[in-house]
Design a protein around this ligand. Structure first.
Ligand SMILES: [Zn+2]
Length: 326
């Protein structure tokens, strides 16, 4: 078995950075907070489903891919939460982490959620979404004649799955193993060789379009500097002798710089110069800024004065070994 590790989506990382820094009085503050809440819940729900694969006792060879983003010929994207592929069939899984009562209307194709307090809301219909993904996968994988199945998995245990059509199975995460066993019973014929199984996964991965950082906001809309986590990111920390210290609560940390620089990468851009570092992080000395940039051995272009440093993607992990305390 091969189970890919689900990475935090870029949009969620961007929203996390924004949540720490966007001014409370910003006109879109509530909008971004709500977006963050939804993305964070979605990711938590997907992680809950991921744990099920590890406990799956299965004698077949299989692969599990997560968050695969594929473009169709009309340039519309298909975001597959999870794709299970084995030698006998393929299962595309749409994961929903929502609570309340869920009604799926067969005629209007709408999903209606009724919260415990009686509030009624419309949601994109996961059953229709899954069918759309299945149709698309049929086209891409037509050379393999592998049966393609779909399912909607509800990861929130308190959700009540009420009325729904019988087009696509929909069940709670606890029913995933049983559903897979029923598919193994249904598809007993081996269609792909192990080599073809790897091939199909590689083909899909080669078509994957990683999501991009959303368009940047004007930097006057968010707090700059290294912000103190003990003060809910409301006060700035100052740099002296290699340590960042909060001017309000006196919390001190060296590593906090990694998180702040990651925020910079998401909200401002993937490159930084000595001048940009000094301005954003309020460092007065050019030499101190230089020492800081060189310490992490970021790849750079340009000569000494005009060096442009590239900030790697997984910045917090990348910077970890360079801190003296680690
Ligand atoms: Zn503080």
């Amino acid at each position: 078995m091969t189970i890919a590790i689900r990475k935090k989506p870029v949009k969620l990382l961007w929203l996390e950075a924004l949540k720490r820094r966007l001014f409370d009085e910003d006109p879109d503050f509530d909008y971004y907070n709500e977006q963050f809440r939804r993305f964070d819940a979605g990711f938590a729900g997907e992680r809950r489903v991921d744990r099920e694969w590890l406990e799956l006792i299965c004698s077949y060879t299989f692969l599990v891919l997560h968050n695969l983003i594929l473009m169709n010929t009309a340039q519309h994207s298909h975001q597959l939460d999870t794709l299970f592929i084995c030698q006998n069939f393929m299962l595309v899984i749409e994961i929903k982490n929502i609570n309340g009562r869920l009604d799926f209307d067969e005629t209007t194709h709408q999903c209606i959620r009724t919260k415990p307090d009686g509030t009624v809301e419309g949601f994109p219909n996961a059953l229709t979404q899954t069918q759309r993904h299945m149709q698309f996968l049929k086209v891409i994988c037509q050379n393999y004649s592998l049966p393609i199945e779909g399912a909607v998995v509800i990861s929130n245990p308190s959700a009540i799955i009420a009325s729904h059509p019988n087009t696509i199975p929909i069940f709670h995460v606890s029913g995933l193993h049983k559903h897979l066993q029923s598919l193994f019973k249904k598809y007993t014929q081996t269609i792909l060789s192990e080599e073809q199984l790897t091939q199909i996964a590689q083909q899909l991965l080669s078509l994957h379009q990683p999501s991009k950082i959303p368009a940047s906001l004007d930097s006057s809309r968010f707090r700059q500097g290294v912000l103190c986590p003990k003060c809910q990111y409301k006060s700035q920390m100052h740099f002296a002798r290699g340590i960042w210290k909060c001017s309000y609560c006196h919390y001190a940390s060296e590593e906090i710089f990694a998180e702040a620089l990651q925020d910079y990468r998401y909200l401002v851009g993937p490159t930084i110069t000595n001048k940009q570092l000094r301005e954003f992080f309020n460092i007065h000395s050019s030499d101190a800024a230089n020492r800081l940039l060189r310490k992490f051995q970021f790849p750079y272009t340009g000569s000494y004065k005009n060096r442009v440093y590239q900030l790697p993607e997984n910045l917090v992990d990348y910077m970890k070994p360079f801190f003296s305390s680690s």
